[in-house]
Ligand binder design. Sequence first.
Ligand SMILES: Nc1nc2c(ncn2[C@@H]2O[C@H](COP(=O)(O)OP(=O)(O)OP(=O)(O)O)[C@@H](O)[C@H]2O)c(=O)[nH]1
Ligand SMILES: [Mg+2]
Length: 356
Amino acid sequence: MKFRKRNPSPEGQATDDRRAPAAASPADATEEVPSTGPLSLAPERAFPEEETKKKGLWKKLKRGLFMTHTELIDRIDAAFDGRAVMDEETLEFLEESLIATDLGIETSMELVEAVRSSVRPGQTSDLLSLRDMLADQIAILLLDAPQPPPPGPEPLITMVVGVNGVGKTTSIAKLARLYRDRGEKVVMAAGDTFRAAAIEQITLWGSRLGIDVIRQQAGGDPAAVVFDALQAARARNARHVIVDTAGRLHNKEHLMAELAKIGRVVEREAAGWQQRTLLVLDATTGQNAISQAREFTKTVPVDGVFLTKLDGTAKGGVAVAVARDLRLPVLYLGVGEQPEDVVAFNARDFANALFQ
Ligand SMILES: Nc1nc2c(ncn2[C@@H]2O[C@H](COP(=O)(O)OP(=O)(O)OP(=O)(O)O)[C@@H](O)[C@H]2O)c(=O)[nH]1
Ligand SMILES: [Mg+2]
């Protein structure tokens, strides 16, 4: 993946005009700058901060997908067995390789179909262009999956749901940090009142990140915590309320009743706010995460997925299965245990990181 350099000059002049002299520093203002020569070729970097940030995100994504990438490339190499000939046997191996990284059976078959139709049988193909082709196809499939609605100007309340241990609370800390770094005020609601340790955990994140946490005693009513959090958000002019919830799917009626009660509080106290429910899925569980999501979405309407623990698995292809098989937008990727280990999902970057 190569990020295109963004370097328009402030005056809007053509930046690839190599005859343009480099900006003169005060020290050399009096010197005559030749119109050609090495100095005039120095590249302009109008948005160094933005570029550094993009590079940082790309590195994070590559690090997060390292195991999946390595597994994919190793398998594809093995499928071709050094021959790089597109015969049926090779295509079959290729399909198996793709399925093994949890891309989903249908997606893997479609990808192989795309390869089959673009090369003649027996044609030799270099592995690099095959990888490019697969990355392009995956990006196309991902862009075809549902996209989240664009954010509006109103404040946003995000309910975070998912089964035990998938990474809900950690992901909330990541989101809160992302928003905080954008200069947006955040309130976290300790809505997992089931265990005292859960309240302690989110409180600890709050103090580490300098973000307000609204909490009650363990065993309290999560809807009451959300009520308090909305009051606090209004008083503090916050742009985000992020609600932690207890990860229980074993008792669907209870979960439904609890979320419905929170929903009524939100309708009453935050009419006009944007609302969304994020489902957290653990990528290390591969296809189980997909079944889990199917179960969950039967009970709770979900707007998007936060896919965690990509850094610890070769099953990163599951992001594609979420988008295509479940028709749910993947919004964020968790790539480590620290609050900064998060990447906002981007179809093109994800596809490139898998294959390049
Ligand atoms: N490697 C890695 N670990 C993660 C990631 N996200 C969360 N974890 C770890 O997963 C474990 C569970 O995370 P929690 O945030 O407590 O999960 P939870 O869903 O809130 O768990 P419960 O509240 O018990 O339901 C912790 O050890 C986290 O550090 C990730 O993206 N990568
Ligand atoms: Mg938790």
